[in-house]
Design a binder for this molecule. Sequence first.
Ligand code: DOR
Ligand code: ZN
Length: 346
Amino acid sequence: MTDTLTIPRPDDWHLHLRDGAMLEAVLPETARHFGRAIIMPNLVPPVVTGAQAAAYRDRILAALPEGMAFEPLMTLYLTEDTDPADVAAAHASGLVKAVKLYPAGATTNSASGVRDFDKVRPVLEKMAEIGLPLCTHGEVTDHDIDIFDREAVFIDRVLDPIRAATPGLRVVMEHITTKNAAEYVASQDKDLGATITTHHLIINRNHILVGGIKPHYYCLPVAKREEHRLALRAAAVSGDARFFLGTDSAPHTDPNKESACGCAGCFTATNTMPLLAHVFEEEGALDKLAGFASEHGPAFYGLPVSGGTLTLTKGDAPVQFPEKIESGDGPVTVFDPGFPVYWSAE
Ligand code: DOR
Ligand code: ZN
């Protein structure tokens, strides 16, 4: 039996491409299936200014193999020194599609992020005025807050107050991992959207910790209890246009993952679309995949749907995805869903 599903070419609304040798290795993995992606700015040093975003965009396009079409949608890393005028100019030129808020210390390369939210108020007000979305890493960093509660507490202590204080600010709550976040987003107006990763639809916290620690399932926000994974699945297949795909595919080399202090990130660029077909089929919702992966994101960002299509095909035998991809910096392990997948993408 062969099943086929053709959808408009999907986009990835949250992606880490890194730089240099790693960029060269991972970019084709995304460009093979995706038309565009929102590119995370957490390089070292971070992409803070419009000029830095323009230079990074040029490096991405230079790394794109001949014959591949892909449009990087650039973001700026919000710091307490970010200049509202620079943000506005980068938006007006069409270069920048969002600004990324990392609470300082929340995750990989977030040290330059925001500590005092009052200091970024002028930037947020400018963004509300010009309609430039804010993408949030939605976790508080307070030491007394349990890591599994950091997203839920962020909604109450940071996100809701920022939105109340900045009417008209469009916000994407990125890589949501909790029922709390899914319910909060669904209860708000159309100025709030949320991305959901592929891996958070597949793993819960047991996958990370039961039977030995599995560093390749560790990411931030960390996967939560099963009830949260099920709530994310329900949101993803709901057809609600506020929920869309952001893979958060985040490559780290194996030595950096398989370490006494392993880096956070799951690398899913290679097999995300087949895995999503599997998940949506399991949920009896293959008809909702086009909305989630190809249509809701562009609608939120005010962009047209990507040109072209992607065809997903279900075969009789499990597909063998590469276990790792090689980069000049070292091998990167591809996310293993832990079950056979019969879908491939072309
Ligand atoms: O797991 C993650 N990896 N979460 C993040 O927020 C950052 C990302 C990375 O840059 O590696
Ligand atoms: Zn990320």
